[in-house]
Design a protein around this ligand. Structure first.
Ligand SMILES: [Zn+2]
Length: 272
């Protein structure tokens, strides 16, 4: 009781000194050290992507780092990518096949062990209970410690597959440990989520040694980047160089780590 009172007194003083939001952020970072070092005690991760190329684009260097460490990296691609072209002479069916092949090649560069496909039509990922359960089934089958997904709370993201994909991944991760949701496959508790394509990064993965591998993997998506490659490569290098300065590295990937235990009904997930 005495200890609890002194802790209360300590956080009151902290809040008076630094403001309540900063105090809460500091307390959360202390309680959840995994926010600052998210890959300790990790043996298995799942990267959920709306389209072929998003995992490499959003967090390819991080995934390559994990695969190099012997951590199992699995992908779940939600749509078939069949509309990602400005060329009207390619049919959606042809493009879907091409993109699947490109994704397999890119995955090999990263060191991905398996790629699941839900094959929803590009641009038409449904925000339904059925789609959420299909995502959850893959989570429960693969049992990842960490689920990567696009941040669905990124402002000014008009692509519905990215917004909905991020929401489906978050909901499926949140409910995956509860057996009455999406009955069938045994429950599995995800430890934390890591969002890529985020405007609120709270972790910066050093990528000095792995930016080349990320670029090499991304370049396999020829149908997406062949014409615009030089500009894309430059923009990736510049953005990763900017984030590198956060951690005294040459390059870094910006990510947002949120422990599952604070990903519901608390402001902490926003403050960290
Ligand atoms: Zn995408």
């Amino acid at each position: 009781m005495v200890v609890a009172m002194s802790l209360e007194e300590e956080v009151r003083l902290l809040a008076q000194r630094e403001g309540s939001e900063n105090a809460l952020r500091k307390i959360a970072l202390e309680i959840f050290p995994e926010i600052s070092s998210p890959f300790e005690e990790t043996s298995n991760v799942l990267c959920i992507q709306p389209h072929p190329d998003d995992c490499e684009y959003g967090c390819g260097a991080t995934l390559a780092y994990l695969a190099d460490k012997g951590i199992k990296v699995t992908y779940l691609t939600l749509t078939d990518g069949s509309k990602g072209t400005t060329n009207p002479s390619i049919t959606p069916g042809e493009l879907a096949l091409t993109r699947k092949k490109e994704q397999e090649e890119a995955g090999q560069v990263i060191g991905v062990s398996k790629i699941y496909w839900l094959d929803y039509p590009d641009g038409e990922l449904p925000y339904t209970r059925d789609a959420m359960c299909r995502v959850m089934e893959v989570i429960r089958r693969e049992k990842p410690d960490i689920v990567f997904a696009p941040d669905p709370w990124l402002l000014y993201e008009p692509h519905p597959d990215h917004r909905i994909g991020g929401l489906l991944a978050s909901e499926a991760s949140l409910f995956s440990s509860l057996p009455h949701f999406c009955r069938g496959t045994p429950p599995h508790a995800v430890k934390r989520m890591i969002f890529y394509y985020t405007s609120k990064p709270n972790y910066f993965q050093p990528a000095d040694d792995l930016i080349e591998k990320k670029l090499q993997a991304l370049r396999k998506h020829r149908s997406q980047f062949e014409e615009s490659w030089q500009l894309l490569e430059l923009s990736i290098r510049l953005i990763m160089a900017v984030y590198g300065t956060k951690i005294n590295a040459k390059y870094a990937e910006p990510l947002r780590v949120i422990p599952l235990t604070i990903m519901h009904a608390t402001l902490l997930s926003e403050l960290i």
